[in-house]
Design a protein around this ligand. Structure first.
Ligand code: CP
Ligand code: NVA
Length: 313
């Protein structure tokens, strides 16, 4: 049994298997087929934070695969001390085949998984957003045909989304530049671990978006204040305004450079309408792909990689 707490716990081969199952299921769906690979299986989702894409893409994924999904707000799950985390995990994993959790604390997901008898998925924590990174790479491959030799230039906050992109880039040999204001970089300890784990990691850091985008195949951004940082939003707006992805910044990138965003976006903040709605934006196919990747991940976790053979007819 495997969890998805961090993509650091995965091999490149395992990531490729998930991407391949997602691609096969997406292609089946486009020809009207929804194979019931998870018939009567149950996903329980426990979220401490709001969600549109993650929650609904996982629900839709389970339903398309013949299973079902139950949603619990954290207060209903009792994660606030109604009972111990260990007891919640032991009880829920007697009902569920798989659990997805969105929390503030990364540690909480790992601890929950330690007590659970079913796979546990990190559906976003303050530190990581692995499901997003899987869908992002899948989207890049659809658009460019490959990710080998490509460079993502992430412009904005060195947050959970940036960290997961850096990890998956390390696995798959993708170049990544993380361009942030001073004081908002990826955590030094995280970068140190990442470099140890991936000695060939093509990670650059920058504080100058205009220079950083010069070799971008993708310019990627995310909100300047993540969920839980709402109180810092005004201060961050001042600091991050030179990092806005607008037409002028896109024009400094090579022709054909695409724009990506995990969404939700603060239009007029980290990105302008003109860019996110423009011809180079792939933010909405990227959002759709969250569901295809959720299907790939759930199927891989519950049926194993061998399911791919069944999907190749
Ligand atoms: N990208 C993403 O995770 O969106 P939600 O917060 O709406 O789930
Ligand atoms: N960094 C953002 C991502 C939302 C999908 C947040 O954590 O709020």
């Amino acid at each position: 049994m495997k969890h998805l707490i961090s993509l650091l716990d995965y091999s490149a081969e395992e990531i490729e298997q998930i991407l391949a199952i997602a691609a096969a299921l997406k292609s089946k769906l486009k020809s009207g087929k929804r194979p019931a690979l998870l018939k009567r299986r149950i996903l329980v989702q426990i979220f401490e934070k709001p969600s549109l894409r993650t929650r609904i893409s996982f629900e839709a994924a389970m339903m398309q695969l013949g299973g079902s999904s139950v949603f619990l707000a954290a207060k209903d799950a009792g994660l606030n001390g109604r009972e111990s985390l260990a007891d919640v995990a032991r009880v829920l994993s007697g009902y569920a085949d798989v659990v997805a959790m969105r929390t503030f604390s990364q540690q909480l997901i790992g601890d929950f998984a330690g007590y659970a008898r079913c796979p546990v998925i990190n559906a976003l924590s303050d530190e990581l957003h692995p499901c997003q990174a899987l869908a992002d790479i899948f989207t890049m491959r659809e658009v460019f045909g490959k990710t080998d030799g490509k460079r993502i230039v992430y412009v904005g906050d060195g947050n959970n989304v940036a960290a997961s992109l850096a990890i998956i880039s390390g696995h798959l040999g993708i170049g990544i530049t993380v361009c942030t204001p001073k004081g908002y970089e990826l955590k030094p300890a995280f970068v140190k671990d990442l470099k140890q784990r991936f000695p060939k990691l093509k990670l650059s850091t920058s504080h100058d978006p205009k220079k950083a985008v010069a070799d971008a195949d993708v310019i990627y951004t995310d909100v300047w204040a993540s969920m839980g940082q709402e109180g810092e939003a005004d201060e961050r707006k001042q600091v991050f305004s030179p990092f806005q992805v607008n037409r002028h910044l896109m024009e400094l990138a090579p022709a054909g450079c695409k724009f990506m965003h995990c969404l939700p976006a603060k239009r007029g903040g980290e990105v302008t309408d003109e860019v996110i709605d423009g011809p180079n934006s792939i933010a909405f196919p990227q959002a759709e792909n969250r569901m295809h990747l959720a299907k790939g991940l759930l199927t891989w976790l519950l049926r194993g990689p061998q399911i791919l053979e069944r999907l190749q007819d």
